[in-house]
Design a protein around this ligand. Sequence first.
Ligand code: NDP
Ligand code: HSE
Length: 448
Amino acid sequence: MIEYRNLRIALLGGGAVGAQVARILLEQGEELADRVGAGLELIGIAVRDVNAPRSVDLPQELFTTDAESLILGADVVIELIGGIEPARSYILQAITSGADVVTANKALLAAHGPELFAAADQVGAQLNYEAAVAGAIPIVRPLRDSLAGDTVKRILGIVNGTTNFILDRMDQAGDSLQEALDTATTLGYAEADPTADIEGYDAAQKAALLARLAFHTDVPLESVYREGITGITREQIESARKAGYVVKLLAICERLTDAATGQEGVSARVYPALVSRGHPLAAVHGGNNAVFVEAEAAGPLMFYGAGAGGVQTASAVLGDLVSLARRHVVGGPGFAAAANADLPVRDIGQVITRYAVTLEVNDEPGVLATIARVFSNHHVSLALVEQSTNVRAVLVDGGDGPELAPSTATLVIGTHEATEAALAATVRDLAAHSVVTTVASVLRVEGA
Ligand code: NDP
Ligand code: HSE
């Protein structure tokens, strides 16, 4: 047996992910040591309550509430506490005390990434975070390393398992959003408070991280446009199905070129969108994640798998650990993902995409032409119009015998590409027009 020197590993957090990381480190330590060329000695696990029940049987003597002392004695710190504080302070302490760091904390990196990356850069420490985006799926290192010589044009990601599960249930089983959310909660997919999932905050954090890696540009979380899925109805899902589409909550990171100036910029945004059933992302079912990358030279690439789960996410954390432990053994500074391109982050109004607009209108002569004029006033070109006439309701007898309500029609209008600003102005005018009863739905269409 080879005698290795040991690297001291401090684990902060012994919850869903942390407990699995500890288990694998203890069970597979020898094999991992051979891969690294050094032993990986778990010196302790910092938690809030050392007596809390754990999902995995772990030696009780490893647990401590004194995270700061644990960090001081470590070569590598794995942060799996989550949230902003004290995770941020612990990571900064680890970096300044000479340790390398692995974290799965998307909320922290999306909010304080530049500060933490700069701190690591300054002392040559490594800061790895593969598990922060799409759980077990390797996507951070492929973007940082494998695609570092290519130009990423666009990323379309299903990066939140809870919302994908909900939208999939609405599509496949005809559930309402609330029914699907209840099932997700029962199955343990959704958080106790699922707001971060269904309102798109979790996906927005991941979009900020993906955009930084893809475009070598810091993308502040506040600049990520965000819409959640709470407004999505069974009717929208049903009408998407009839038209050959599926609704997915997408995190989209895109390189944009200003048509007038030729200046490059980037966009990061999260919203529910129509995706053609022929697109690879349409086949991502249940709580799975997938990231579809379009790169100039590589072309389209798809990364698919489990976006969450304690043991699945532990795989990504341990991959980061082995990778940085190898470098720790040979020496030399770590290398951060470069944010040197410093491209401007564009406002949502400048984004160009296609749209499907559903309107309830009065079924009268000239209405279609009127509606078409509203679109054309804002230079939004129509690609498709479908009309269905609605059954007329019988109104209450007002004394002169029963009356029929005026006929209405449902118009589904597909547009060619237009800016968000032009589409928003069009929708505003449509909503105010006397021939339009209701703007029933406006959805973007993504993934050509
Ligand atoms: P859990 O809530 O299951 O575990 C959190 C752990 O941190 C617990 O052991 C808790 O201690 C400990 N902790 C909390 N506050 C402190 C503190 N102040 N000092 C010391 N320890 C503390 O979280 P997860 O394991 O689910 O998530 C960990 C990280 O991984 C998060 O950043 C999350 O976003 C990320 N992640 C999680 C995924 C998942 O599927 N769960 C998927 C991808 C990323 P105690 O046990 O005593 O309460
Ligand atoms: N709540 C997240 C999800 C967990 O549903 O995808 C993984 O980040």
